[in-house]
Design a protein around this ligand. Structure first.
Ligand code: 5GP
Length: 200
């Protein structure tokens, strides 16, 4: 025992994406968005809360004028597996008609949440709706969603950090990692995310 207080990083079994790797990739995505949307009326829509860290870093690598807005959604059903039935907890603050909307997401898993959101926003007659996600788990896709911009494709594992949580913890880790097994065991009343059942 070191005597030092237990940190959230101590709960991580494996770092999947280091802070440095994320920083480099987010800068690259920022450059691409800046080039692709130059001269357009762009609105970046951050999907709370998971995408807030990614959004905060991404916009500082975008060099063209952009507007920002936020939405918050919850998925009905089990805590860690998307049901595809989405409830809008917070809607956009302003109209999007005629704007080029870029949805900024933390992770696309089944794709059900994003599929719903994309259709929901497309109904408001924006000039375009595209998706920028930090992480993509293509193995688990159930809805036909292909992100237009993607930071990293990852295997079918439940990850935390850089905005992503497990029971509201670990969002403030500067990297993306996989928690130790004891993290799931701590609260047996909750579902264990099914992607953790795989061997790492
Ligand atoms: P989908 O509808 O694509 O299945 O679910 C997307 C949402 O599920 C994400 O925005 C995120 O909140 C949650 N999610 C999916 N996979 C993970 C994961 O590996 N870690 C965390 N923390 N959340 C995840």
């Amino acid at each position: 025992m070191s005597g030092l207080p237990h940190t959230i990083a101590d709960d991580i079994k494996q770092v999947l994406l280091s802070a440095e790797a994320i920083e480099e990739r987010v800068a690259e995505l920022g450059r691409r968005v800046s080039a692709d949307y130059a001269g357009k009326d762009v609105l970046l829509v951050c999907v709370l809360k998971g995408a807030m860290v990614f959004m905060a870093d991404l916009i500082r690598h975008i060099t063209i004028p952009v507007g920002i807005d936020t939405m918050a959604v919850t998925s009905y059903g089990a805590a860690t597996v998307s049901s595809g039935v989405v409830r809008i907890v917070k809607d956009l603050d302003s109209p999007i008609a005629g704007k080029h909307v870029l949805i900024v997401e933390d992770i696309v898993d089944s794709g059900l949440t994003l599929n719903y959101l994309r259709t929901y926003l497309a109904n408001r007659k924006p000039a375009s709706v595209k998706v920028c996600t930090l992480l993509d788990k293509p193995e688990r896709r159930e809805a036909p969603v292909t992100p237009d911009y993607c930071g990293f494709e990852i295997p079918n594992l439940f990850v935390v950090g850089y905005g992503l949580d497990y029971q509201e913890r670990y969002r403030n880790l500067p990297f993306v990692g996989i928690p130790h097994d004891y993290v799931w065991a701590k609260d047996s009343s909750q579902d264990i995310p099914d992607s953790t059942l795989q061997e790492v």
